[in-house]
Write a protein that binds this ligand. Structure first.
Ligand code: PMP
Length: 326
């Protein structure tokens, strides 16, 4: 059974606090209606572990604000404060041998049915293995992605993950660690926590957000990398059966990175993934600071601060498998 990390520090109510202090009142809309919007931001050590960089922080903040806007949740912080809060938590928790995944969440702590809504920015951060993700088996779920006129997939809100959770439960029973959700028209929307990339006829294809996928930052980066590598990148609807005929498949997401898909339902893909592997190498070299890439912007944290603070706070080592998941 999955065991989640319990980091020593969180950021809540404008300050760094102990994990056990991070509580919400049962009467808040965050609890009664699951009302919150969130992001997942990845932080990478560079290749020689001298600098720690958080990927695409301004874009994650912009998407957090878009999600909040659609749900009429006021965002209590500006960009500077947001970035500083992220850095302060990472400085406390970072370890030289582990990357990190940070979850900034706006929880609705006051208000009632849209009146007097007040949100608090909460940050939690978790250690992650530095190794690239291994290929996985994926199934197509019987559950459907919600539509733009119910809870729009554009909104990265906690309640949007109820269906994803059901799909994961269904998948676990069938031996799959990730599941594809189809949209209201029965075409491919995305996976439960990442987008889908498909290669057919030498082109990298992904459905547009109007097919029910999140406006993914990783997909935007992949589009840039494809342009640099002269690989055609196309956004168009994808039928379920096209997944079974695909030459290559991959997840694309902040946490999933570019996880290769080895098998989809009963269809096994060819082992080599020549086109997406080129994209993966470029992505990996960019986030590790080996070869800069235009769309891969890293908000860097100085190593001195990381070293002195993480040592003085004696943060316990976490096991590589104990990862949070969206
Ligand atoms: N779809 C869903 C449902 C997700 O949770 C994520 C992860 N944030 C993605 C797609 C990928 O988005 P991004 O590349 O911005 O992480």
């Amino acid at each position: 059974m999955a065991q989640l990390q319990k980091p020593k520090w969180v950021y809540m109510r404008g300050e760094i606090r102990q994990w056990d202090e991070a509580t919400l009142h049962i009467s808040s809309e965050a609890v009664t209606r699951g009302l919150a919007v969130f992001e997942g931001v990845k932080g990478y050590w560079n290749a020689n572990s001298t600098e720690f960089g958080m990927l695409a922080v301004p874009r994650h903040f912009a998407r957090l604000r878009r999600s909040a806007k659609l749900l009429h949740i006021p965002c209590p912080v500006g960009y500077e404060e947001f970035e500083q809060a992220c850095h302060s938590l990472i400085r406390l928790l970072s370890q030289p041998d582990r990357d990190m995944w940070l979850r900034p969440t706006l929880y609705v702590v006051e208000g009632h049915w849209g009146e007097g809504t007040v949100a608090d920015l909460v940050l939690t951060a978790y250690h992650q293995d530095k190794a690239p993700p291994k290929p996985i088996d994926v199934g197509v779920s019987t559950w459907r992605r919600s539509s733009d006129n119910s809870i729009s997939p554009r909104i990265k809100t906690n309640s949007n993950y109820q269906v994803a959770r059901l799909a994961r439960i269904e998948g676990r029973g069938r031996g799959y660690s990730e599941m594809v959700l189809l949209n209201q028209w029965g075409r491919v929307a995305e996976a439960t926590g990442a987008c889908i990339l498909m290669v057919r006829d030498g082109k990298v294809v992904t459905p547009p957000p109007s097919e029910g996928r999140l406006e993914s930052i990783t997909v935007e980066i992949v589009a840039t990398i494809c342009a640099l590598l002269n690989i055609d990148f196309v956004e168009r609807p994808i039928d379920r059966t096209e997944l079974y005929l695909a030459d290559e498949l991959s997840l694309a997401g902040t946490l999933a990175e570019l996880t290769p898909i080895r098998r989809i339902d009963d269809y096994v893909l060819a082992g080599d993934s020549p086109i997406l592997n080129k994209v993966r190498i470029k992505f990996w070299n960019a986030v590790r600071g080996i070869e800069p890439c235009p769309d891969v912007d890293l908000s860097t944290i100085t190593p001195a601060a990381v070293d002195s603070l993480s040592c003085s706070m004696s943060v316990p080592l976490a096991s590589p498998n104990d990862l949070p998941d969206h």
